[in-house]
Design a protein around this ligand. Structure first.
Ligand code: SAM
Length: 254
């Protein structure tokens, strides 16, 4: 008998306009806002093809990719937005083969992006609340990432236990200021510390504490994404600014 070789890999994404769903099976029924899909149809389809609901509503099929992490991961605690993740990757010069420490894991969005761009390296991500660690673990499985080591515990209790030094440490958690001296000890020389905080006054404290502990090349900023609205008469910014958080990035040189 001929072996069944699907042209589509799981997970896959079905979408219609801005609405999209993750598909993780070639069997069973999948409920959308426009009716039910018989997933067995997928076996005979390819990316770019349409799959229809029982009401005849079409969805297109495309591969699941890194750009889906933020949108499609299960959310527990508020994750870092892609715009800020992009800045973290670019400004710390992240390269494959790095050792990274991330705390707290939360929904695992930042950890997943860091792991994806750190092939041949490792991301140790620490979360003190088991229920959030469970959500993040499911997200890492969905993304097929095997270079993440999720740890359940309080980063303050674990700081002495690490036997390696890190190229990059990212903090998105309470009491970030108190962890700065411990982070400095855990960094390799020339390693980066990134602190993400939703409050400006807390960010100011982080900045001065990093300066006091000798971090160099310090930068502190907020990124705003302003969407554009394209109309027949012209294009203008959408009047909607979402506040996300503030970043402080510094480097251990000595
Ligand atoms: C805002 S969330 C992090 C979101 C994450 N960066 C993401 O992109 O999905 C903050 C997380 O830090 C965790 N946390 C707070 N203090 C911690 C600590 N001392 N050790 C480990 N995790 C901690 C919280 O439980 C929470 O899940």
């Amino acid at each position: 008998m001929k072996e069944f070789k699907p042209k589509i890999k799981l997970p896959a994404v079905i979408f219609s306009g801005r609405i999209s769903y993750i598909i993780n099976s070639f069997e069973g029924e999948f409920h959308t806002h426009k009716g039910v899909i018989d997933l067995s149809q997928l076996k005979n389809l390819e990316y770019g093809d349409e799959i229809k609901t029982h009401l005849g509503y079409p969805f297109k099929i495309r591969p699941f990719s890194t750009s889906d992490f933020f949108k499609h991961f299960r959310k527990g605690p508020t994750p870092i937005m892609p715009k800020d993740i992009g800045a973290i990757i670019a400004y710390t010069g992240l390269r494959p083969g790095s050792s990274i420490l991330d705390s707290g894991t939360g929904s695992g969005v930042l950890a997943a992006y860091l792991a994806y761009f750190n092939r041949d390296g490792i991301v140790v991500t620490v979360e003190k609340r088991p229920e959030f660690a469970k959500i993040a673990k499911k997200n890492f499985e969905l993304a097929g990432l095997d270079n993440i080591l999720p740890v359940i515990g309080d980063i303050f209790d674990l700081a002495d236990a690490f036997r390696i030094k890190f190229d990059l440490i990212t903090l998105d958690m309470k009491n970030d200021v108190e962890f700065i001296p411990l982070a400095k000890n855990l960094l390799k020389q020339t390693g980066y510390l990134v602190v993400y905080n939703p409050y400006m006054d807390a960010t100011r404290e982080v900045y001065f504490e990093m300066q006091r502990h000798g971090f160099e090349e310090l930068q502190s900023f907020q990124l705003a994404r302003i969407d554009l609205e394209h109309k027949r008469v012209g294009t203008r910014p959408f009047v909607r600014i979402w506040h996300t958080g503030f970043l402080v990035i510094g480097r251990k040189i000595s």
